[in-house]
Design a protein around this ligand. Structure first.
Ligand code: PBG
Length: 327
């Protein structure tokens, strides 16, 4: 029997060699940490289906942000839970809305932490949809003005990046115009470009109380079966002025991440959503999976697929492991 000429195992024998030839690595610099802001003081309310995640009043949110920043996490992604919901989601674009207050507080206290804001109406509307509802339908164009106002109010509060997640047609262009007209030409837009109508958002909707009160989001979020359409969605957002494009969720859509990375030259974000986090945490708590290793493997897979930025509720856990040289 002749020896095989190439023996892949030669480079797998020692941890040092494995590390040297490793193709994808996780860096703390690439993580964005999502947080939920609520009204009140001293509130740190656990989210049942997302163990380790909380609804935080601004004082508590600041502690969490300081913690994240001290670990080297460069950015947080802020979501708000309003005091009251109404059909037009007015707190989404109120000057003293929860997110606007949170942005001001974080920028004042921890100026070096990037504050990214989710721009959407669904947490703020009484019907739970991401747009204006008329005659039982989610209307596209009447929503654009409200989305533009929301993004502008975030920029005025000091947001470093605004991130529209509503999936209305034309929102990136509408936001770009609104920001530019008001002197915010320099504020980047991270567009949730290929956002699927996913059941993996379940725990988030519990956290934000944003379950649609009728129907579902399939008339605006994408059909999970479609890949080529995701490329069209991303192309539209690039044309309308997106600076960073996103694929969401991440794990069931690694092929989309990989195609997007190959087809577009823009920084690409992947959002590993609440359901992905919940699955790993739950199986870990039950002792069915080695939570730490599964987390590292899942995030590495998202990176290997081509994500430049990874949005994950595991941000602090992974930053700790990287710090310890374990990821
Ligand atoms: C708001 C929004 C959602 C998520 C991010 N922004 C929920 C949704 O579209 O229903 C989901 C995030 C997650 O599940 O972690 N439109």
């Amino acid at each position: 029997m002749p020896n095989p000429v190439y023996r892949p195992r030669r480079l797998r024998e020692s941890p040092l060699i494995r590390k040297m030839v490793r193709e994808s690595t996780l860096r703390t610099d690439d993580f964005m940490y999502p947080l939920f802001a609520v009204h009140g003081r001293g509130v740190r309310e656990p989210i049942a289906s997302m163990p380790g995640q909380f609804r935080l009043s601004i004082d508590e949110l600041l502690k969490e942000c300081k913690d994240a920043a001290s670990m080297g996490i460069p950015a947080v992604l802020l979501f708000g839970i309003p005091r009251d919901k109404d059909p037009r989601g007015s707190e989404a674009y109120a000057d003293d809305g929860i997110v606007q207050q949170a942005v001001r507080a974080v920028k004042e206290t921890i100026p070096d932490l990037l504050v990214v804001t989710d721009v959407c109406l669904c947490e703020y509307t009484s019907h739970g949809h991401c747009g204006v509802v008329e005659e039982g339908r989610v209307k596209n164009d009447p929503t654009l003005e409200l989305i533009g106002r929301t993004a502008l109010s975030h920029a005025e509060a000091g947001a470093d990046i605004v991130a529209p997640s509503d999936m209305m047609d034309g929102r990136v262009g509408a936001i770009r115009d609104t920001l530019d007209e008001s002197g915010y030409q320099e504020t980047p837009i991270m567009a949730y470009s290929a956002k699927y109508a996913s059941a993996f958002y379940g725990p988030f909707r519990e956290a934000a109380g944003s379950v649609p009160q009728f129907g579902d989001r399939r008339s605006y979020q994408m059909d999970p079966a479609n890949g080529t359409e995701a490329m069209r969605e991303i192309a539209l957002d690039v044309d309308e002025g997106a600076d960073i494009v996103m694929v969401k969720p991440a794990l069931p859509y690694l092929d989309i991440i990989s195609r997007a990375k190959a087809e577009f030259g823009l920084p690409l974000a992947a959002y590993s959503v609440s359901g992905e986090y919940a699955m790993i945490r739950a199986a870990g708590q039950l002792g069915w999976l080695d939570e730490e290793r599964v987390m590292v493997e899942a995030l590495t897979g998202i990176r290997r697929a081509g994500a430049d930025i990874i949005i994950t509720y595991f941000a602090k856990d992974i930053a700790r492991l990287i710090e310890q040289g374990r990821a």
